[in-house]
Design a protein around this ligand. Sequence first.
Ligand code: 5GP
Ligand code: MG
Ligand code: MG
Length: 176
Amino acid sequence: MHKDIKEILITEEQISAKCKELGKIIDKDYEGKEVLLVGLLKGSVPFMAELSKHLNSDVTFDYMNVSSYDGVESKTLVVKQDLKEDVTGKNILIVEDILDTGKTLYNVKEMLLKRRANSVKIVTMLDKAEGRVIDMKADYIGFTIPNAFVVGYGLDFNERYRQLPYVGILKEECYK
Ligand code: 5GP
Ligand code: MG
Ligand code: MG
């Protein structure tokens, strides 16, 4: 285990079993349809790679990098890197690492619907249900976790720890 990790919350084995399980359900829901996976950079990359191994539908990949800011207007979305694909008429499955306040996914979903996607659904590896400040639900959820700051499997603290093959909690001294 990495020296900065206090506790492993979800193991690599649990994540890969969950991806297999979610993949089966998603495959059934999208049977006979094309689906564009939209990964939110950078945190969703490992989860999207693992989940997509279990999708036998007609799948394509794209990515975008966005930030939600708390400001005067609490629903401000900044698109740092946009999609390469035109989403008009497409069935989109947004792939996210973690759903917390709900602002990011709310804004991204609205934006894709405005661009006339045919459908927009969300799959998130982790759901911090207690963190929610706006009403937002994912269509597919890997694991519901308590309100703690987690790293690993794509999730970072100051851009570090994304490479860890598990989801864990950092030691307190590493936040300094
Ligand atoms: P929200 O749902 O609050 O708009 O934003 C979710 C984003 O906040 C995630 O994509 C992630 O970047 C960040 N985030 C929320 N909770 C955590 C956490 O526990 N650990 C890490 N590393 N990032 C988090
Ligand atoms: Mg994210
Ligand atoms: Mg981050």
